[in-house]
Design a protein around this ligand. Structure first.
Ligand code: MG
Ligand code: ZN
Length: 221
């Protein structure tokens, strides 16, 4: 241990810049492909159990009359989310990442080859449930929708600043449980805006459908 480091001190690790450059180039290419076909893509991010699939389903229920929707669902091993969404009658492509804890632009490009992009105009991408590394892997979506759940405690925004900074819309979900979880919604909303002053914050109880129209409006869909 260098003598500048002592037990109890902390230090920062800087991400590999080359990897980050390559992944953003691939993401740009995905965006160009989507634009060519007139498809708007939304990358949905949130921890396991935050309510990503539930919110996606509620959004599809409201949007499917006026938008042609397709879904790409990322998961490490299961098809549970894809099966929950398929009942809506929209095309769902499941990506099982086989251990990888995020989607990346290359995996999404290969998925896009299997989606009929002329048959849809809105693509919803459910990322793998995790708020750490997806921040470093843009998939090539027009907007990033971040879901924080009050069940994750009061410090989610300040503990995931990179993710919050990259998101366009932040949903605070399961607000019906805020009191039981001792989470102050105003405080959490302020934390989110403190990290990213540009972001739209929407409070939802996705299971009950509360706030879902506001999410759709915030995304401009
Ligand atoms: Mg899910
Ligand atoms: Zn990962």
């Amino acid at each position: 241990m260098p003598d500048t480091e002592r037990p109890g001190e902390s230090f920062d690790i800087v991400l590999n810049v080359d990897l980050s450059k390559r992944t953003s180039e691939l993401a740009e290419r995905n965006l160009a492909l989507l634009d060519e076909h007139g498809v708007t893509a939304v990358d949905v991010l949130g921890s396991v159990g935050s309510g990503k699939t539930t919110l996606i389903n509620r959004m599809i229920e409201r949007l499917k009359g006026r938008r042609r929707i397709g879904v790409i669902a990322g998961d490490i091993t299961t098809r549970i989310d894809a099966e929950r969404i398929e009942v809506q009658g929209v095309p769902v492509l499941q990506i099982q990442t086989g251990g990888t804890c995020h989607l990346d632009a290359d995996v999404v490009r290969r998925a896009l080859e299997r989606v009929d992009l002329d048959a849809i105009d809105l693509l919803i991408i459910e990322n793998v449930g995790n708020l750490i590394c997806p921040a470093a892997f843009p998939v090539g979506a027009h907007q990033r929708l971040l879901i924080l759940s009050v069940t994750e405690g009061p410090h989610m925004a300040v503990k995931h600043p990179i993710m919050v900074r990259q998101a366009d819309v932040a949903v605070i979900n399961k607000i019906d449980l805020a009191e039981a979880m001792e989470v102050a919604l105003e405080r959490l909303s302020e934390d989110v805006r403190g990290v990213n002053p540009e972001i739209d914050v929407v409070l939802t109880n996705a299971r009950a459908g509360e706030g879902v129209d506001d999410v759709i409006a915030a995304l401009g869909l």
